[in-house]
Design a protein around this ligand. Structure first.
Ligand code: UTP
Length: 308
């Protein structure tokens, strides 16, 4: 069966970005001038997904407004004669067929995936975590759909992580099938480096069979009192084969301030309109000893204080 639908989970609190996320969704923070969530919606569309279901929560209205039409803004741009910007704005609302469902309580990623169960029905589907921004020649989700089409089972995106980092990921115990493709024998959520069965960490792209709903319904809350998707997957692989795929591309963990910053910088240096100037600026500040620069900043701060 074709993968037609994708769930984007966007109901989390985004506590790592507080206070920025106190009154606005983490998913609307911009990487340069485009909100995080638009990157993953574009990836889904480029991968052939026909319907996108965004799982939201209270305080996330800005996401719906972003993908909706804005007649006033369009009229204003039309009046100004700014055709290029008008085109960009219109394209966002025409991007995809999107529907929204609220997760009434933030009970974890597994619970978020379970929320749109009835909208998915009895067919395999994709799950995208907008925290992970993946740049690649072939969209990451498309690569995974190709693996699904050949093996007809759930497929998890994986990446090699540093052994010091395994504690931050769901780690798979792999059995090699072919280049980049593994059967998952077990998954362990955030193991210590000693307990990790490999350094292959699960990242935010999944193709799942509808049986995941049955197992998630039986999955009790795990770490942090939340229903973990990893725990559901562990139950699923006892019933049917689950594969993992080491995707081709670069992933940025935009769910952490450092990863977000790295993604912003890399996207900016590649942009034709500002890339060159930004590269020169970065080179100039990197050449200057940090202490000098901090000194200048401190002097400026003291001067501003005195003036006020
Ligand atoms: P995270 O664990 O990164 O949580 O969720 P978070 O709330 O987004 O961010 P922090 O940790 O507080 O900074 C991983 C993904 O699961 C979604 C999040 O929106 C994110 O896409 N999620 C998590 C839900 O949709 N619902 C939940 O109950 C929990």
């Amino acid at each position: 069966m074709k993968i037609r639908k994708a769930i984007i989970t966007a109901a989390g609190w985004g506590t790592r970005f507080l206070p920025a996320t106190k009154a606005q969704p983490k998913e609307m923070l911009p990487l340069l001038d485009k909100p995080i969530i638009q990157y993953v919606v574009e990836e889904a569309v480029a991968s052939g997904i026909e319907q996108i279901i965004i799982v939201t929560a209270g305080g996330k209205r800005a996401i719906e407004d972003h993908f909706d039409r804005s007649f006033e803004l369009e009229a204003a741009l039309e009046k100004k004669g700014d055709k290029a910007l008008l085109e960009i704005i219109r394209r966002i609302s025409d991007l995809a067929d999107i529907c929204y469902i609220r997760q009434k309580e933030q009970l974890g990623l597994g619970h978020a995936v379970l929320t749109p169960k009835d909208l998915i029905g009895d067919e395999p589907f994709a799950v995208i975590l907008p925290d992970d921004i993946i740049e690649s020649t072939t969209p990451c989700l498309k690569q995974m759909i190709d693996v699904y089409d050949r093996f007809r089972c759930s497929v998890l995106a994986i990446e090699r992580v540093e052994s010091t980092e395994v504690e931050k990921y769901g780690i798979v115990e792999p059995r090699a099938i072919e280049e980049r493709v593994y059967q998952v024998l077990n998954v362990i959520e955030k193991p210590s480096p000693q307990r990790a069965p490999s350094n292959l960490g699960i990242v935010g792209r999944y193709i799942l069979t509808p049986q995941i709903f049955e197992v998630l319904e039986e999955t009790p809350p795990g770490k942090g009192g939340e229903i973990q998707l990893t725990d559901g997957i562990q139950r699923l692989l006892r019933r049917q084969a689950v594969y993992a795929y080491e995707f081709e591309g670069i992933r940025y963990d935009a769910g952490t301030p450092l990863g977000f910053l790295k993604a912003s910088v890399e996207i900016a240096i590649r942009r034709p309109d500002i890339g060159e100037g930004f590269r020169r600026y970065l080179a100039s500040i990197c050449q200057e000893p940090v202490q000098n620069r901090l000194g200048v900043l401190q002097e400026t701060a003291t001067a501003v204080k005195k003036d006020s």
